[in-house]
Design a binder for this molecule. Structure first.
Ligand SMILES: [Zn+2]
Ligand SMILES: [Zn+2]
Length: 169
């Protein structure tokens, strides 16, 4: 069992559904009063984020049209563990070619370079997922016809230059 805590939009089907099931397993484990030791020391769990992570994964599952029939009502009283997002993402991408492919696509849609630095950007993306700040960007990007996609990289720079110009006058 582990929480990946990476941007759900970049996860392959298996890892997205897998982490979702494992969140429910963590809750069962905790309710039975079982030990969390290994999960905490190996940075695989972050109990305070279980509920919000469940909601984030379910939102992505529903966006993809996957079924979800397991609501979660969990109030954390343990405050155990921390999952460092950057190393977690690195590990997921090392393990899974499908996640690699999907994160690459996601970063292209967001006009971000796919590199080591992207881990830091993903951490920012996570906050966006929780607040919904990035969700409209995502749907816009996926609605764009393929031919326009190449132009996407330059467009935001131009726009921000224009804005800066407008402000200085
Ligand atoms: Zn569920
Ligand atoms: Zn995967």
């Amino acid at each position: 069992m582990r929480m990946w805590m990476v941007d759900p939009r970049g996860m392959c089907r298996q890892h997205l559904l897998g982490e979702h099931v494992e969140l429910h397993m963590f809750v069962g484990h905790i309710r039975l009063g079982r030990k969390m030791g290994k999960f905490v020391t190996e940075n695989l769990v972050e109990t305070k984020s279980i509920q919000s992570r469940h909601e984030a994964l379910v939102a992505e599952m529903q966006r993809r049209g996957y079924e979800h029939k397991s609501p979660m009502v969990y109030t954390d009283r343990l405050a155990l563990g921390h999952v460092p997002q950057q190393s977690s993402l690195k590990e997921l991408l090392r393990r899974c070619p499908l996640c690699r492919k999907q994160f690459k696509k996601l970063h292209e849609a967001l006009a971000l370079p796919f590199s080591e630095r992207s881990a830091a950007l993903m951490a920012e993306g996570m906050q966006g997922v929780q607040t919904g700040r990035f969700s409209s960007t995502q749907s816009n990007a996926s609605n764009r016809p393929k031919s326009v996609k190449k132009a996407v990289k330059k467009a935001p720079q131009k726009a921000s230059k224009k804005r800066r110009g407008a402000q200085s006058h």
